[in-house]
Design a protein around this ligand. Structure first.
Ligand code: PLP
Length: 402
């Protein structure tokens, strides 16, 4: 890197040449005034869209009172947020962090410490699944297990055993005297909107119960309404012992959380974990406001109605352009369209139609509209997909490749 480099941002992202300066609901406006329909929601973060008036007011109000307060002191609003999350879930305790990876770090540490506190420090290994994504810190990368992300960063953090998604026999064979828990996403987001069948989750719960293991759900992407319920595991009918949240929790303000039962959290005593910023008053104000909106009657009905509409309309496009797109997957508004052409080409063609989407593994394009998306916006998004498919189908380069 030289002093004459055009950007001083560490070049770890392949950034698209578009800069946005404002947003409203499901819409984003670039610095030169072009409008885009946002079906990325900041990768499942802006669940209530951009500049939601209730969230803006909550943050503005908090900004005039107190920005930051150390966790050395009491946090009344943090207490309130934690108790609301516990009321809505299986959990007794919540730790607030600043990101998904940090929420997952807490989940991993808590799982290991649970066994150490019960006199079994040798039980520290966690079973994870191929295609998973748990974050970019060293431990969460090891849990993710993808060679492409691990390469060049030295020996991966020890203690993760990865098996194929949905392979119950492999899970059973992997459980040993060092196993502490099983970690899984209810629906893999980055991995390509891939889900294991519901009975697999039930079987994992049983295996955990039979072997004294903790079941950990990574709901960083699926949680906070994305799949049509506050938490995705409600749809599965399987309850974990530990769960991580982040992304939509603050509606765009960085906050993560690790939730656990009292038994799972048994080892977490003063000094065993911490964070300077975790549960900061601004973050907590944003998350309490997000919950206010999401817990209003009918919020998740809307997500489910929009989900059905989007899936039906996407399926019709797939019927018309089988050479470009082949399958719709997912739950709620965490929808994946499997591409036949390279998924990056489809994302670019959609962008040319002023629709923003996100790529994922398995050649999938994610459609992640804000949960407040309207029927008209779904219509518009699907029209953009049709136009993008028509353009790709007419492209001789794409036809030659098929
Ligand atoms: N876990 C899951 C399921 C995720 O999708 C992500 C991010 O995409 C993470 C963890 C990591 O979150 P963050 O990027 O906030 O560290």
């Amino acid at each position: 890197m030289t002093k004459s480099a055009t950007s001083h941002l560490l070049p770890v992202f392949a950034r698209v040449d578009l800069a946005f300066e404002r947003g409203e609901g499901a819409w984003l406006t670039t610095t030169n005034g072009e409008r885009y329909l946002d079906f990325t929601s900041g990768v499942a973060v802006n669940a209530l869209g951009h500049a939601h008036p209730y969230l803006v007011a909550a943050l503005q109000q908090q900004a005039t009172k107190l920005w930051h307060m150390s966790n050395l002191f009491k946090s009344p609003d943090g207490e309130r947020l934690a108790s609301r999350l516990c009321e809505q879930s299986f959990a007794d305790f919540v730790f607030f962090a600043n990101s998904g990876a940090e929420a997952m770090e807490c989940a991993i540490k808590l799982t290991r410490k649970h066994h150490a506190a019960k006199g079994h420090p040798e039980r520290y290994r966690i079973i994870t699944f191929e295609g998973a994504f748990h974050g970019r810190t060293l431990a969460t990368l090891a849990a993710t297990g993808s060679p492409k992300y691990l390469e060049g960063f030295g020996p991966p953090v020890e203690g993760f055993d990865q098996v194929a998604l949905g392979d119950l026999d492999a899970v059973k064979k992997t459980i040993g005297e060092n196993t502490a828990g099983i970690l899984i996403e209810p629906l893999q987001g980055e991995g390509g909107v891939r889900a294991a069948p519901q009975p697999f989750f039930k079987a994992l719960r049983q295996l955990c119960d039979d072997n004294g293991l903790l079941l950990v759900f990574d709901e960083v992407q699926t949680g906070m309404g994305r799949t049509g319920e506050l938490f995705a595991h409600r749809r599965l009918g399987v309850t974990p012992d530990v769960m991580s949240l982040a992304k939509a929790l603050g509606g765009g303000f960085p906050i993560g959380a690790c939730l656990a039962t009292a038994d799972a959290a048994a080892g977490m005593t003063p000094g065993s974990h911490g964070s300077t910023f975790g549960g900061n008053p601004l973050a907590v104000a944003a998350a309490n406001a997000v919950l206010d909106v999401m817990l209003k009657p009918g919020f998740f009905d809307h997500v489910q109605t929009m989900s059905l509409l989007l899936k039906q309309k996407l399926a019709a496009v797939i019927d018309r352009y089988p050479g470009v797109v082949s399958e719709v997957r997912g739950e709620g508004l965490l929808i994946g369209v499997k591409a036949v052409v390279p998924s990056g080409d489809l994302v670019a063609a959609l962008r040319a139609q002023r629709l923003l989407t996100v790529g994922a593994g398995d050649n999938v394009v994610r459609f992640l509209p804000p949960l407040i998306v309207t029927e008209a916006e779904i219509e518009q998004g699907v029209t953009s997909l049709e136009q993008a498919c028509a353009a790709l189908a007419a492209d001789p380069k794409q036809r030659a490749a098929q």
